[in-house]
Design a protein around this ligand. Structure first.
Ligand SMILES: [Zn+2]
Length: 229
């Protein structure tokens, strides 16, 4: 374990026993809090509205939106929010996961490590970035390896807190793979901690979820050994 790492076992979050990390990074539930009318507007309408409001924010800060370099920014930000960095809010963008029979009868642990995570802190709207490591033990079904990356990507593309991201990925894996035997570790840096607030540029946050067989120490140790943790 490196210095300055915050180790949180997200298992406890299922009991809503939430620890405080850093700059009041608390969160309220495993589900991303969404309004009932979240998808009442088409994406194009959302982009238009965000563009208008983001322009207003920039103007309030005193920026001159007639400047060539700035004039396209509100539209650019609006498109980026809806089509890219927050596209994981919309279930229509959820990756389709096809299950295959585990023909090789491979009943050992499968580990996919160093999956890139690019997310945004829901408290500050600045990046969270790092790596996710996933493991599962097949129940007789397997999924394509790239789907593991896609699942991480989908849940990352939301305003997030790292603990919720960890549990959302784990829950999706359990459902997709039809097993409780999944593990997720995320090691990430938070720009809101690094570049502002306490300005701790060296710290990273580690969150973990261990389900089923991964609750046993030997299985968990094997997984962490693959990660060099
Ligand atoms: Zn933050």
């Amino acid at each position: 374990m490196k210095q300055n790492e915050t180790l949180l076992n997200t298992q406890s979050i299922n009991n809503y026993d939430v620890e405080e990390i850093g700059d009041e990074h608390l969160f309220s539930s495993i589900e991303t809090p969404m309004r009932p009318d979240a998808f009442a507007l088409e994406d194009d309408v959302k982009i238009e509205l965000i563009e208008k409001h983001f322009r207003h924010i920039m103007e309030i800060m005193g920026l001159d939106l007639t400047d060539d370099s700035l004039k396209g920014t509100p539209k650019r930000v609006a498109k980026m929010y809806i089509k890219e960095v927050f596209s994981g809010l919309d279930p229509k963008n959820k990756p389709k996961v096809a299950l295959f029979d585990n023909k090789y009868k491979y009943d050992q642990m499968l580990v996919e490590k160093d999956i890139s995570v690019f997310s945004n802190c829901e408290h500050h709207f600045v990046p969270i970035y790092g790596k996710a490591h996933i493991a599962y033990i097949s129940s007789g079904k397997v999924i394509g390896l790239s789907k593991l990356n896609r699942i991480v990507e989908y849940f990352s593309k939301r305003p997030q807190v790292q603990e919720r991201l960890t549990v959302q990925i784990a829950n999706e894996l359990k459902q997709a793979l039809q097993t409780e035997d999944v593990a997720v570790v995320i090691d990430a840096k938070h720009m809101c901690v690094q570049s502002r607030g306490v300005r701790d540029a060296g710290s990273s946050t580690v969150t973990s979820y261990y389900g089923g067989k991964f609750e046993q120490e030997a299985t968990r140790k094997e997984f962490l050994a693959y990660l060099g943790m």
